[in-house]
Design a protein around this ligand. Structure first.
Ligand code: MN3
Length: 205
């Protein structure tokens, strides 16, 4: 198998009460696993599985047309979730923003409160399923965007720095139709240390 499901880097209940254990279990073990399985299935008989999933979805034009939609959806789903798990911080730990990232948030996104408000608006405003992102554009500047379905900022040549899953499967068991409440709560478990590492890495490469 070309791609494999990465283990969740903390226990299912590590993000409670913001995100409940059952949601984490189904989200990781069922939803993310399905993206990985369906991606591998789509790529059977091709040599595309030797690329990193990020390289794969960065260049969808290189994917045969008949499997391109499957690779977009499932490759995007695999890449997005693999990043997402690492961007969440168990409540037992401290993951405050600092350094280069905090400086950039203050100078480019109007500060942390503005970032949160703009991300919440992007997530709440996404009709149907998708993601809210803090992304890095080609000139090295941060911006906030939303993508539909499992589309990644990588597909448009940008880099994902912080992603928040706004699919119903990410919150429905606990929050039902109250997506804005989920979006408010998730800020208590964002791993800003990791977001900072992703930012520094993205600036370099
Ligand atoms: Mn999801």
């Amino acid at each position: 198998m070309a791609y494999t499901l990465p283990p969740l880097p903390y226990a299912f209940d590590a993000l409670e009460p913001a995100i409940d254990a059952k949601t984490m279990e189904i989200h990781h073990d069922k939803h993310h696993a399905a993206y990985v399985n369906n991606l591998n299935k789509a790529l059977e008989g091709t040599d595309l599985g030797s690329k990193s999933v990020e390289d794969l979805i960065k260049n969808l034009d290189a994917v045969p047309e008949k499997i391109r939609t499957a690779v977009r959806n499932n490759g995007g789903g695999h890449a997005n979730h693999s990043l997402f798990w690492t961007l969440l911080c168990p409540v037992s730990q401290k993951c405050e923003p600092a350094g280069e990232l905090l400086t950039a948030i203050n100078s480019q996104l109007g500060g942390l409160d503005k970032l949160k408000a703009d991300m919440n608006a992007a997530g709440a405003g996404r009709f149907g399923s998708g993601w809210a992102w803090v992304s890095l554009d080609k000139s090295g500047k941060l911006f906030i965007e939303s993508t539909p379905n499992q589309d990644s900022p990588l597909m448009a040549g940008n880099k994902p720095i912080l992603g928040i899953d706004v699919w119903e499967h990410a919150y429905y068991l606990k929050y039902q139709n109250r997506r804005p409440e989920y979006l408010e709560a998730i800020w208590s478990v964002i791993n800003w240390k990791k977001v900072g590492e992703v930012y520094t890495q993205a600036l370099k490469g």
